[in-house]
Design a protein around this ligand. Structure first.
Ligand code: RNT
Ligand code: ZN
Length: 420
């Protein structure tokens, strides 16, 4: 059977439960997923040669990682050609591209240092998101940046944040698409602090100073990302969940909360938090990752929680209010495959969510028919979803089924294996 014939069959099956597959596909094609540049080179970046710090870590040394901007962009192009749907590109400040021997520290970066990223995005009709890089730098003092008691250190990182606001504004103006700018620091302590309030007050004031840099709130969407702990920062994190959520709530006019689903206690789920935040925030942002026992940043799979996150965005009619970005880094397997698997799975989860009989399930809950609600939820799990997914991929001009992996193998043989 052709993909089209299989799709027609699936479409009829879904129609029986009141789900319009054509409409689901049409909607999905308008939803951007932001692809993180840092999966391609193990969060190394181009502006420094030191180790990855800030309480995050990549493990594995699979051969073929990108070593230059050209290689990283070529790798991203490969990923973009293998995953369906609308995409944005998520760049970290540490991926500044300096030319002709120029180098400036993070407090001095300018839009011109990211012109190649702007060109890359514009040529492909995509938007750009941005992140100040408050880690992997000798300017991080005693593990601290924006919450440091050292005035000079704090000033440096505030200036970095302000520079990033200006760059984000430039990204949005150039691409015509709003730029989500996420503030995350690994600031914290390995062991029991003697003062928990001091660092948080300094962190608060520092972010406020960064946000005092002028910007158009329709173009730049600053976010604050929380975290429960980091490697070597197990006892105390300045930017905890309560801190960042309260910060965003207190600065709702110009700041969004960002939830990374690897950043909570292991039995907490972000899927449950989305609706809570939607009651109070016009917009919010997500980092979708896969935490295995801790914030391990494994490749995003088509698993229960990824589907649940997608369901919460879709059935609350919040596709236009939630900025979706990927955030993981696996250096133990082919990086192009890791990137593609995660991006395809985020798309898959969104499609799956769009194919749920959401109106019926809500009605069953509201009429307290919880018995039937369970059966409907279970039955739809074995609907012919794969047929719709394959059709969607092909209608986006990307390979369906497992065919995309042949492309990765070819790229590995022809390009990655030559990087020695
Ligand atoms: C770290 C945070 C943060 C980073 C990126 C590279 O735990 O999740 O978002 O992963 O900034
Ligand atoms: Zn994150």
């Amino acid at each position: 059977m052709t993909t089209q014939e299989r799709y027609e069959y699936a479409k009829a099956r879904y129609a029986e439960i009141g789900v319009d597959t054509d409409k689901a596909i049409e909607i999905l094609k308008t939803v951007p997923v932001s692809l993180h540049c840092w999966q391609g080179d193990d969060v190394k970046g181009f502006d420094q040669d030191g180790p990855l710090t800030g309480g995050i870590q990549t493990t594995g040394n699979y051969p073929g990682k990108a070593r230059t901007p050209e290689e990283l962009m070529a790798d991203m192009d490969k990923v973009l050609s293998l995953a369906p749907g609308k995409k944005k590109i998520n760049v970290h400040a540490s991926y500044a591209i300096f030319e002709d021997g120029e180098w400036v520290d993070r407090d001095q970066i300018e839009p011109k240092h990211f012109q190649k990223w702007v060109d890359f995005a514009k040529e492909r009709g995509m938007g750009l998101d941005f992140n100040p890089t408050f880690f992997s730098s000798p300017k991080v003092k005693d593990g601290l940046t924006l919450s440091s008691p050292d005035e000079e250190t704090r000033r440096f990182w505030i200036n970095h944040g302000k520079a990033c606001i200006r760059i984000s504004q430039y990204f949005a103006e150039q691409t015509g698409i709003p730029c989500v700018m996420n503030i995350w620091t690994g600031d914290g302590y390995k062991d029991i602090p003697g003062d928990r309030l001091g660092p948080r007050m300094r962190y608060k004031e520092s972010i406020e100073e960064i946000l005092s840099e002028p910007f158009d709130t329709n173009l730049v969407k600053p976010c604050v990302e929380s975290k429960v702990f980091g490697i070597g920062v197990e006892s105390y994190t300045a930017g905890s969940a309560e801190f960042t959520l309260s910060f965003a709530a207190a600065h709702k006019d110009k700041c969004l909360p960002l939830m990374d689903n690897g950043h909570y206690h292991p039995t907490e789920v972000v899927s449950d938090k989305i609706s809570a935040l939607l009651c109070f925030f016009p917009e919010l942002a997500l980092h979708v990752t896969r935490p295995v026992r801790w914030d391990s940043d494994h490749v995003v799979l088509f698993d229960d929680e990824t589907r649940e996150i997608a369901k919460e965005i879709v059935r609350n009619d919040a596709l236009g209010r939630v900025y979706i970005a990927l955030d993981y880094f696996d250096a133990s397997i082919n990086r192009i495959s890791a990137w593609t698997t995660g991006l395809r799975n985020m798309q898959k989860a969104l499609l799956f969510a769009l194919l749920q009989p959401n109106a019926e399930m809500k009605a069953l809950q509201d009429s307290n028919n919880l018995t039937k609600l369970m059966t409907v939820q279970e039955e739809v799990k074995t609907f012919p979803f794969g047929e719709v997914w394959d059709y969607y991929c092909e209608s986006c001009g990307v390979p369906s089924g497992a065919k995309w992996f042949e492309e990765v193998e070819k790229y590995e043989a022809e390009v990655l294996s030559k990087r020695v």
